[in-house]
Design a binder for this molecule. Structure first.
Ligand code: ATP
Ligand code: MG
Length: 277
């Protein structure tokens, strides 16, 4: 916990990281468009009929109970899982059949819920893996940039990633995903296992800074109230299907999760917008 606390004060995005680096784009416009996606494992659907948009400079939030299919859904967006139906467009280009590596090159960065670092490699090596396609000089500059963004990493560069605290590991995972300067950053529960204070910092500082840079964020998060403050839109997944979709502002301050996730009557006013077509 103590080490995690140390992250809170220092690992705020440095002002230089906010001013829009190469790879970031002007706010506004649709970055990611997911339409009627069905995905699952071994051709067996787990999620069905999922649609959402992520705009430049905005965070789209996906919430839902454990096992609802949130991670499965984002794996279909990254290309880790093939689509069983529907489409994924990035900046208007249909990437539905593109393999994961090509989607990564096109600007999709992904911090998975688990296995977010290579535990046997040092932090430095993990960051290098994030930019393995880059020329040596560029890679050095990019790593310098993310270390400036997350200063705690500096003292950790030679440490083995598998020996870090949960918060430190998560930071390495996020930093590694940022090395290629992705336009869309997908964060699958970035605050899991973090203290509430650090979790708030990750969401308040990292997510909002990415948005300020004109990037788009697709965020899966269990800390619903805090995440709703950061997000522009929200999609609620229950049993692999969309239960609610709309502006995040509509749910701020009035989320009864039991109602929203499990359909108790009290949810109906909040969830009344139904799903986006
Ligand atoms: N590799 C896999 N093979 C087969 N089924 C899987 C696999 N991974 C997940 N599932 C199943 O898919 C369903 C959705 O899981 P998923 O991990 O997408 O949920 P989630 O909403 O991300 O849950 P959590 O909040 O616990 O992370 C679950 O029933 C799960 O058992
Ligand atoms: Mg998950």
């Amino acid at each position: 916990m103590e080490r995690e606390e140390a992250l809170t004060t220092r690992d705020r995005l440095a002002p230089s990281a906010r001013k829009g680096t190469a790879g970031a784009t002007a706010p506004g416009g649709v970055l990611l468009e997911v339409t009627d996606v069905t995905a699952g494992y071994r051709r067996e659907p787990v999620v069905r009929g999922i649609s959402l948009q992520v705009e430049h400079g905005e965070a789209a939030l996906v919430i839902g109970p454990n096992g609802a299919g949130k991670s499965t859904f984002v794996k279909a967006v990254t290309g880790e899982l093939p689509l069983l139906g529907g489409s994924v467009h990035l900046r208007g280009v249909d990437v539905s059949r593109w393999p994961e590596e090509r989607r990564t090159s096109a600007g999709i960065g992904y911090v998975p819920q688990v296995r977010d670092v290579f535990p046997g490699l040092t932090v430095q090596e993990n960051l290098e893996m994030g930019g393995y396609r880059l020329a040596r000089n560029e890679l050095r500059d990019r790593i310098g940039g993310v270390v400036e963004t997350f200063p705690t990493l500096k003292a950790l560069l030679r440490r083995q990633a598998g020996q870090l605290s949960g918060g430190q590991r998560k930071l390495v995972g996020v930093a590694r995903a940022l090395v290629p300067q992705p336009e869309l950053v997908i964060l699958d529960e970035p605050t899991a296992n973090l203290s509430p204070r650090i979790a708030g910092d990750v969401l308040d500082e990292a997510v909002s800074a990415l948005c300020t840079q004109g990037r788009g964020v697709l965020l899966i998060e269990q800390r619903v109230a805090v995440a709703l403050e950061r997000a522009s839109s929200v999609l609620v997944l229950v049993d692999g299907r969309p239960r609610h979709s709309g502006p995040a502002a509509d749910l701020r301050g009035k989320v009864d999760l039991g109602a929203l996730f499990f359909g108790r009557a009290a949810a109906e006013p909040a969830a009344g917008g139904a799903t986006r077509p």
